[in-house]
Ligand binder design. Structure first.
Ligand code: DGL
Length: 259
């Protein structure tokens, strides 16, 4: 099946990376809205316009399913896109349920973009999970900028994260949830800063499991992976740009084992 992965930028590669490992026989399209990244600091109306344009493009590519590999776009637009299009549309959900199921009655810090943490969707999730007293939300917008310029583990990244995470009483927390797909590139620095008992969780496996459930595709061996990359509707063919994307995937290989 031809499956599209869509994000504001290169964060969604972390979800695609997981899919490439377990569904290597499928045909993937990766759409990074590089002309409009970041989404997290825009207004919901602006993000909706961007998502609308991306969906029009992807539908014209005759894909069989779209994975919205972006928590921000999911929060703002997934419901509206599902009303508009009948193909399977799979969104992201911060892994709060996973965190609470794994570590009952322990607090969870959900990190995301400003739009995601102020949106209705996350409030509904917290309410449904009765997690009002067990969850805290934190926006980390700079990580999106660092990721886009491939600044993964510089002194500036560490200083930023140490500053943002300094005030939490970690004894009360079981985990930190990566509620933005751009944050997966920083697991090594986060691991360095957080106490060992605080686990780093993301929603990538949950999203791919949902994709498999909705489309009924099955995992199989494949000789050649097929991925086409697009930046805001332009096919990426330039070798320097393809090398840039490859560098992100190599980084994700390294981050995979860090919990
Ligand atoms: N990768 C995105 C997310 O998961 C959004 C980052 C941004 O564009 O601000 O929320």
């Amino acid at each position: 099946m031809r499956i599209a992965f869509f994000d504001s930028g290169i964060g969604g590669l972390s979800v695609l990376h997981h899919a490439m490992k377990i569904l290597p026989q499928e045909e993937f399209i990766f759409y990074a809205d590089e002309d409009n990244v970041p989404y997290g600091t825009k207004s919901p109306e602006e993000v909706l316009d961007c998502v609308d344009a991306a969906f029009k493009f992807l539908i014209a590519q005759r894909v069989g399913a779209i994975v919205v590999a972006c928590n921000t776009a999911t929060s703002v637009a997934v419901k509206i896109m599902r009303e508009k299009y009948s193909l399977p549309i799979i969104g992201m959900e911060p892994a709060l349920k996973l965190a609470l199921d794994t570590f009952p009655n322990r607090k969870v810090l959900v990190t995301a973009t400003a739009i995601t943490i102020t949106g209705e969707k996350i409030q509904r999730l917290i309410k449904n999970l009765h997690a009002e007293n067990l969850s805290e939300l934190k926006a980390l917008p700079e990580l999106v900028e660092f990721a886009e310029r491939q600044e993964f583990n510089s002194a500036a990244v560490e200083k930023y994260l140490r500053g943002e995470l300094a005030t939490y009483d970690w004894e009360k927390f079981s985990s930190l949830v990566l509620g933005c797909t751009h944050f997966n590139y920083f697991k090594d620095t986060l691991r360095k800063i957080l106490p060992p008992h605080v686990k780093i969780l993301d929603g990538n496996a949950g999203t791919i499991n949902e994709l498999i459930r909705r489309t009924k595709i099955k995992s199989a061996q494949a000789e050649n992976l097929s991925v086409e990359f697009f930046y805001s509707g332009r096919r990426v063919t330039d070798s320097a740009e393809l090398a840039r994307l490859e560098k992100f995937l190599i980084r994700l290989d390294k981050m995979e084992a860090i919990e």
